[in-house]
Design a protein around this ligand. Structure first.
Ligand code: SAM
Length: 684
């Protein structure tokens, strides 16, 4: 999608402006569908506070003509285009305002500050990166937060206490968040009670840590109607990320964002290219209907009213109970200071509720959610592997293993000659999928990579002048290598950065503080202490072109990189790693992963820790778990191919029987076909 060029502006700087302001426009089909879901045809007033060239406003007009159509846009060129489209459509443009949506002055120029529908696709960009000189100039992070708070303070859609709490959220969101976080807060503050918030969001955005305040806001002030996903990244031909539509109704404030009644929840639909046609994203599936978007919206509202989704429906809707999500949010939001400011207690999360299997899967097996269990309920934790912040420095290739020295090769930008390093200073590391051997076990002696673990070592010059520190002096070639690496610039041309100053490396260093003499100094080349998630029992790649494959980290001896989601047991775990290895590789779990995880633009499946936490595993009896553990041990040793397939067939029968299937072998076949069908859809 080309950028709208200003008079005299080069295509390159128009493109830069587009990126800086997050100008990725929604397009007709997604805008029309979102407007239908938000029932804009019934609304008196509709606004897009970051209106771009007016796609959402045009989508709204497809369904009817609200009394008041409003918009705000910061970029004059884009604004002019949007205003012209509205004019052409015969709409009064008095409620279209050029300016920053985070200025109380701009918002004050709108005819109302409490709208029936707020519909938008906000900019998902980091304004921290914006250059002050570029035009149109964007507010700084501080101006933006200040403007947002001032705008909330004058909101007519919120009562006094709500305004106070919204301001706390605006004060509390992370300074690292992208522009979309304040945009969501702003949009939510413009929706009148009973009104609708309709947003387009990148599929993985809501699971980012910095988006927790947004999820919190939705849970406490909104009732989500539906989430509609771009299942195979087919909505936008040039999009790097997949989009999701979220539609929610503004309700009176809940006492807490973390509680939910059993009936609360929303419909989740994953659309794929084949379900749509040139005019509508659901046009092919609802072909007989006069307006497929409206027919879809009506169906969604019916499911919402019944608090369930039909198991047999061509759009494969899934009902997502709110309770599990809100508990997950409580866990994920943790002890954020902003939570206390919002009056939430820090009481431990209630016992997690049983997860529901995906409706399509449950329908195949005739099983219900009550028979399922989450990894957390089995006493397991899920996270992500090691992020070093500078792989070029911390990771090395093993050339030759020796008794007292390993011969290692550093990144070519850092050293040409091999380094001989005692094994105690490094650990085997699995860096990427390409390093995996066939089979389901990761053995340290197969690892071709080493990670520098210099916890107990420091350069002599760093220890000078300090009281005794618990480090041995680094010497020889490795010390020279570390000194030399400190001079290497790994930044970009416009942002030069020596390795020690890279944003994820600099926090490794901690100067000695005489006021706290018991805390040793730390240095940039010392990674934070390796945690469970870096030395997990099980791992699964985060980006998968084929079906996800869970592997066992034998002896928990290999460090696992952040390219993998990682799993490890707590002391309360009721199953061992081999039992889970078997069950997570069963057809049931592979299908759950296929159905739950996020499909990336190129068709790969992104399986994050958040997806794994929501996985619904059949509830096996103690006896069945012991059998699964045996099968898992066989699986870890099985030769890839026929032997492995034979063990997996036993695993499938065990798992599907536990899931309630009457004919487990036949059910396994159907589940495998379902998973294969989703793999085929995302790969084409
Ligand atoms: C992702 S685009 C989406 C535009 C439109 N909502 C749509 O759905 O097509 C986001 C828009 O927000 C605009 N924008 C960025 N910062 C803004 C601000 N502070 N106030 C108002 N608009 C802003 C960008 O110029 C861009 O047109």
């Amino acid at each position: 999608m080309a950028a709208v060029a200003l008079a005299g502006e080069s295509p390159a700087s128009a493109e830069q402006r587009r990126k800086r302001l997050g100008q990725y426009f929604t397009g007709r089909r997604a805008a029309q569908l979102l407007a239908a879901l938000a029932q804009t045809q019934r609304a008196g007033s509709v606004i897009d506070p970051m209106m771009g060239r007016g796609d959402m406003l045009m989508g709204t007009l497809e369904h009817g003509r609200p009394r008041l159509l409003g918009g705000i846009e910061i970029d004059p060129a884009v604004f002019a285009g949007g205003a012209a489209r509205c004019q052409e459509a015969g709409v009064c443009t008095d409620a279209l305002v050029l300016g920053s949506a985070f200025s109380p002055h701009t918002v004050g120029r709108l005819p109302t500050r409490a709208w029936d529908v707020v519909i938008t696709n906000p900019p998902y960009v980091r304004y921290q990166r914006a250059s002050g000189a570029a035009q149109p100039s964007v507010p700084s992070a501080a101006q933006l937060r200040g403007g947002l708070i001032a705008t909330i303070e004058q909101s007519d859609a919120l009562e006094r206490e709500d305004r106070r709490l919204f301001c706390e959220l605006a004060r509390g969101y992370s300074g690292l968040a992208d522009l979309a976080v304040p945009s969501w807060i702003l949009c939510a503050s413009l929706v009148r009670l009973g009104g609708t918030l309709a947003m387009l969001v990148p599929a993985t955005w809501l699971s980012r840590d910095y988006a927790h305040p947004v999820r919190y806001l939705i849970s406490r002030w909104f009732d989500v109607l539906c989430v509609v996903e771009d299942g195979d990244a087919s909505w936008f031909p040039d999009a790097l990320v997949r989009a999701t539509l979220v539609v929610a109704q503004r309700i009176p404030r809940r006492p807490s964002a973390f509680q939910a009644t059993p009936a609360e929840g929303y419909a989740h639909v994953r659309l794929t290219a084949g379900m749509g046609d040139g005019k509508s994203l659901v046009g092919a599936t609802l072909a007989g209907r006069q307006d497929p978007d409206r027919a879809f919206a009506d169906a969604v509202r019916e499911w919402k009213a019944m608090a369930q989704a039909p198991s047999e429906h061509p759009l494969h809707p899934r009902w997502v109970p709110a309770a599990a999500e809100r508990q997950e949010l409580r866990r994920a939001a943790g002890r954020g200071a902003w939570l206390r400011a919002l009056g939430e207690s820090e009481a431990p999360a209630a016992e997690p509720s049983a997860p529901q299997p995906h409706a399509a899967l449950a329908a195949l097996c005739g099983s219900s959610g009550a028979r399922c269990v989450s990894l957390q309920q089995l006493g397991w934790r899920v996270g992500q592997g090691l992020r070093t912040g500078a792989n070029r420095f911390f990771y090395l290739d093993l050339l030759q293993a020796g008794e007292d020295r390993d011969r290692l090769r550093a990144d070519a930008r850092l050293a040409q000659a091999p380094l001989d390093v005692p094994p105690g200073l490094t650990r085997p590391v699995l860096r990427r999928q390409a390093e995996l051997l066939p089979g389901l076990a990761v053995h340290p002696h197969h690892a071709g990579g080493r990670v520098l673990v210099l916890d107990g070592w420091a350069l002599a010059e760093d220890l000078e002048g300090l009281p005794p520190q618990p480090y041995r002096p680094l010497d020889g070639r490795l010390a020279e290598h570390v000194r030399m690496a400190a001079q290497v610039d790994l930044g970009s041309e416009d942002r030069p950065r020596p390795i020690p100053r890279l944003s994820a490396v600099a926090p490794n260093a901690r100067p000695f503080d005489p006021a706290r003499p018991q805390r040793p100094a730390r240095f940039w080349y010392q990674l934070p202490r390796l945690a469970d998630r870096h030395l997990p029992s099980l791992l699964v790649a985060r980006v998968n072109s084929a079906h996800p494959r869970t592997l066992v980290n034998v002896g928990r001896s290999t460090v696992i990189d952040a390219n993998f989601s990682t799993l490890w047991p707590t002391p309360q775990a009721t199953v061992d790693a081999y039992g889970l290895l078997a069950v997570l590789n069963s057809a049931w779990c592979v299908a759950e992963m296929e159905l739950r995880a996020t499909v990336l633009g190129g068709g790969a499946l992104k399986l994050e820790a958040a997806h794994l936490r929501r996985l619904a595993l059949p509830r096996l009896s103690n006896h069945e778990w012991r059998a699964a553990e045996q099968l898992g041990r066989r699986l870890a040793q099985a030769a890839p191919g026929r032997e492995c397939v034979a063990v997996l067939a036993d695993v499938d029968r065990l798992v599907l029987r536990a899931a309630g299937a009457r004919a487990p072998a036949r059910a396994a076949q159907r589940v495998r076909e379902l998973a294969a069908e989703w793999l085929r859809r995302r790969s084409t």
